[in-house]
Design a protein around this ligand. Structure first.
Ligand code: COA
Ligand code: AMP
Length: 651
């Protein structure tokens, strides 16, 4: 069993074999993960996998050093595979394609790393990346990793205030951006957004490198002459032409590779910290064992580099595996039509497609028979993976029929960086169960707990918790705040990480994820905090108090709906108020919140101590039976709200 995790080795053929493998990963983590580490190039080889000495802050491969960018690029070039395609950029927005071989991508990364170094970026410094789905996003991430710096990618759909919050927290040495991104029917100008964010963040004065894209209203020249404290503006191409390639810098396996901010239950985003060594080992293992992808295979992950799925399976996973990744700039529908996934599969001979269920529902809504996808040659495709939200059985059956391949739901979070549960398709053809992301992955010890932290029997729903330690590649802490990490994840149940999801495990050990237990919602695969939206609504002069809930939505999974109580004497026109609140959320959080619905109510249900009963409202909105809490101040308020909250026709 010593070779349990080795990339070169194990295959399992039955569920019992897989369970045995999983048991080893929990009982003897070193026996599982040290062999798996053999698939990574180290500058100092690990002799130990797990360091428990600072529990609950666990560390993986504490005595090893490596460089992640070397593992993603140079090692494949050094092995004579430099001519193989590493990255295919396919822009449906521009109608263009470009392929980068491993040598080309390595060279571009090495020079851009040189440019960042010239701007003062070194080991441990942060590089904030605010880029659309263009190759420069991948290049900037890998260049940061090459220097041993720490990148923090911010999704382009966030507004300046959200960007500013991340700048304030990460305190980057440099920012990398572009003139803008392309959304259907509109151009999203990034430079004014970055400028505003820098101003909001308090003029931190760092250099801003911007890639010029044609057709945008704002160019670097609009800002380059500014001598103010908002930043030094540098053109990407100028920076690159003045720079020299630099070699990878070895870092400790435990050093951070990136920070990725995600929504928590409050308005302030949480900076999930990922290390270098555990991340490289875990992702490399998943590529073969879960996704069945190896050198020369093509993977298309239709997500965004700003989300964790994009980090792991657009950028790092496929490149660590020596595979080809397709960077797709466009939507599943409307760019130009609902056959896009079929075209991409055919043109790039995609073996594995990974997307969010909402994207599939969007295709189905427009083309219920999927005639457009079916018109393409799909023969290269072996598997469809979905994540980001629950895969409903209707969508799963529909797309399985369309594509003629297994559809593999996998459950994970920004925090875990890779699937907590998935069917390991590269190891074995284990039975899939509709509605379930299958069995826990190695190193994930899934438990279902009741509110006291007691494990519940199979089939009973409870909080999904993960017994510590978490496996390699998962979060090591929250940026700048060990305390917040502990409070957010480790304090609810002693010895466990709290996932924030509820669900159950069946008699065969298959996990079923039912939804969040907290104030996080999932809109079109995008994770949002209702608390953050509430903070924005509360800024409106007419709003006395408010609650935001995620209501079920047939396309996007959930949609945010705001319930507002007006200040005494305020009686604005409802349409005007709605328009103002919608605008405020869009301008403060960003279009990605897709906030459209406002309901003015007389009162919100509260406890006698004045706390709004959001959980009760959430349960009503989810269609669960109404249980009136004993602490409620005035039950009639809840009764009055009930018809407004019960699931009804979606907008
Ligand atoms: N930059 C700027 N704006 C963005 C953006 C970005 N990167 N991404 C989305 N937006 C905007 C959209 O343009 C839209 O703006 P609008 O209100 O002016 O139309 C708004 O944010 C909402 O976008 P979205 O939620 O994406 O809705 P949509 O109707 O444009 O598309 C889907 C619906 C289902 C096609 C799309 O959400 C999708 O492909 N989702 C998959 C999500 C995903 O990959 N998640 C990662 C987990 S795997
Ligand atoms: P994010 O951190 O943005 O990846 O969002 C993580 C959250 O999305 C999880 O906590 C779940 O609530 C939800 N999620 C992700 N994948 C799945 C899945 N396969 N099934 C059910 N929920 C999922």
């Amino acid at each position: 069993m010593a070779a349990a995790g080795n990339d070169a080795g194990t295959t399992v053929s039955t569920p019992a074999d897989y369970r045995a493998l999983h048991a080893v990963s929990l009982a003897q983590p070193d026996d599982f993960w040290l062999p798996a580490a053999g698939a990574v190039d180290w500058t100092t080889e690990p002799t130990v996998a797990l360091d428990r000495s600072s529990a609950p802050f666990y560390r993986w491969f504490p005595d090893a050093t490596l460089n992640t960018s070397h593992n993603a690029l140079d090692r494949h070039v050094d092995a004579g595979r430099g001519d193989r395609p590493a990255l295919v950029y396919d822009s449906a927005m521009l109608g263009t394609q470009r392929t980068y071989s491993y040598s080309e991508l390595r060279d571009e990364v090495a020079v851009f790393a040189g440019a960042l170094a010239d701007l003062g970026v070194g080991k441990g410094d942060r590089v904030l990346i605010y880029l659309p789905m263009i190759p420069e996003a991948v290049i900037a991430m890998l260049a940061s990793a090459r220097l041993g710096a720490i990148h923090s990618v911010v999704f382009g759909g966030f507004a300046p205030a959200e960007l500013a919050a991340r700048i304030r927290d990460a305190r980057p040495t440099a920012i990398v951006t572009a003139s803008g991104g392309l959304e259907p029917g509109r151009r999203v100008e990034y430079l004014p957004a970055v400028h505003e964010a820098l101003t909001l963040a308090g003029s931190l004065g760092m250099p801003v490198v911007a890639k010029a894209r044609e057709g945008f209203g704002h160019g670097i020249a609009d800002y380059a002459d500014e001598s103010g404290p908002e930043g030094r503006w540098v053109d990407w191409d100028d920076a690159v032409s003045a720079a020299e390639a630099v070699p990878p810098v070895a870092v400790a396996a435990t050093d951070p590779l990136y920070i990725l901010y995600t929504s928590g239950t409050t308005g302030s985003p949480k900076g999930v910290v990922r290390d270098n060594g555990g991340h490289a080992v875990a992702l490399t293992w998943t590529m073969r064992a879960i996704f069945g992808i190896g050198p020369g295979d093509v993977m298309l992950t239709a997500s965004d580099v700003g989300w964790v799925v994009g980090h792991s399976y657009i950028v790092y996973g496929p490149l660590l595996a020596g595979a080809t990744t397709v960077l797709y700039e466009g939507k599943p529908v409307g760019t130009p039509d609902a056959g896009t996934f079929g075209r991409l599969i055919e043109q790039h001979e995609v073996k594995v497609l990974f997307t969010a269920p909402t994207a599939l529902r969007a295709v189905r809504r427009v083309d219920p028979e999927a005639a457009l996808i079916r018109s393409h040659d799909l023969s290269s495709l072996t598997t469809l993976f979905t994540a980001g939200e629950r895969l409903d059985t209707g969508t799963s059956a529909w797309i399985a029929d369309v594509l003629g391949v297994p559809v593999v739901d996998n459950w994970w979070q920004t925090e875990t960086g890779w699937p907590i549960c998935a069917s390991p398709r590269g190891l074995a053809d284990l039975p899939l169960k509709p509605g379930s992301p299958s069995l826990p992955s190695p190193g994930f010890d899934v438990a279902i707990l009741d509110h006291d932290g007691t494990p519940v029997p199979a089939g009973t729903e409870g909080s999904i918790a993960l017994r510590l330690p978490l496996p390699p590649g998962t979060l090591t802490t929250l940026w700048g705040s060990d305390d917040r990490y502990r409070d957010s994840y480790l304090s609810a149940f002693e010895g466990y990480y709290t996932s924030g999801d509820s669900g159950y495990v069946d008699d065969d050990g298959y996990v079923f994820v039912m939804g969040r237990t907290d104030d996080v919602i999932n809109v079109a695969g995008h994770r949002l905090s209702t608390g953050a939206i509430e903070q924005v609504l509360a800024q409106h002069p007419a709003v006395a108090e408010c609650a935001v809930l995620g209501l079920q939505d047939p396309l996007k999974g959930q949609r945010a709906s705001g319930y507002v109580v007006l200040k005494a004497g305020m009686a604005p026109d409802t349409d005007t108020l709605t328009a103002e609140l919608v605008h405020l959320v869009r301008a403060t959080i960003g279009p990605v919140a897709d906030f459209r619905s406002v309901v003015v109510v007389e009162a919100l249900p509260k406890t006698r101590s004045g706390k709004i009963l959001r959980k009760t409202m959430r349960q009503m909105a989810a269609g669960e039976p109404l249980v009136v809490p004993s602490t409620i101040e005035d039950p009639s308020v809840l009764e009055a709200l009930e018809p407004l909250l019960r699931p009804g026709p979606a907008t």
